[in-house]
Design a protein. Structure first.
Length: 145
C-alpha cells in the first residue's frame, strides 16, 4: 500500500524517506519508497539478492523485529542522468556491542528512477565497509576489475 502524500520531488527526498523509515522501523513508509516494478532489487550486506517487493518486504519485516536500524547516510555521491539518479553512500550504522555503542560502516548504492509516482528506489545494494570509518579513494585505477 502506497502513501497518499505528494510524490517525492527529488531522488534526495526519497532517499531521506527511506533512511527515516529504516530508523523508525516503518515498513509501510519504507516500501512506499520503492518503485512498483517486478524487478526491483535489494542486497543487504552479506545477503542474497532479493528481487521483487514481496522478497524485499519480507527481509525488512525480519530486520525490523527488534526495532529500527540506527543508520545515517554520509558522503553521498550522485550521478544523475535524465530520469535516473545513482547515489553512492557510506552508511554509518550504530550497533550495541560488548563494549557499548559502536559504529559499523556499510557502503551502499541506491538507484532511483523518476516514475509517474515520483522518484522511487529500484536498487539498494549494501556491502560491508571498513572496520574503521572508510575514506574515499580519489585516484583513478588503471584497471577496473
Amino acid at each position: 500500500m502506497r502513501h497518499t502524500t505528494l510524490p517525492p520531488a527529488t531522488a534526495d527526498d526519497t532517499e531521506n524517506a527511506f533512511y527515516e523509515a529504516l530508523q523508525q522501523a516503518d515498513l509501510e513508509r519504507l516500501m512506499a519508497c520503492w518503485a512498483d516494478e517486478d524487478d526491483i532489487v535489494c542486497v543487504h550486506p552479506g545477503g542474497p539478492r532479493l528481487v521483487g517487493s514481496a522478497a524485499i518486504r519480507a527481509a525488512f519485516e525480519t530486520l525490523f523485529v527488534n526495532g529500527g536500524v540506527k543508520v545515517q547516510p554520509e558522503r553521498v555521491r550522485r550521478v544523475e542522468v535524465g530520469s535516473c539518479s545513482v547515489h553512492s553512500v557510506v552508511e554509518r550504522v550504530e550497533l550495541l556491542g560488548d563494549d557499548g555503542m559502536m559504529n559499523a560502516w556499510v557502503v551502499a548504492t541506491n538507484v532511483y528512477v523518476n516514475t509517474e509516482q515520483g522518484w522511487r528506489l529500484v536498487l539498494h545494494h549494501a556491502s560491508p565497509g571498513a572496520r574503521t570509518e572508510p575514506t574515499d579513494a580519489l585516484s583513478t585505477p588503471t584497471v577496473l576489475h
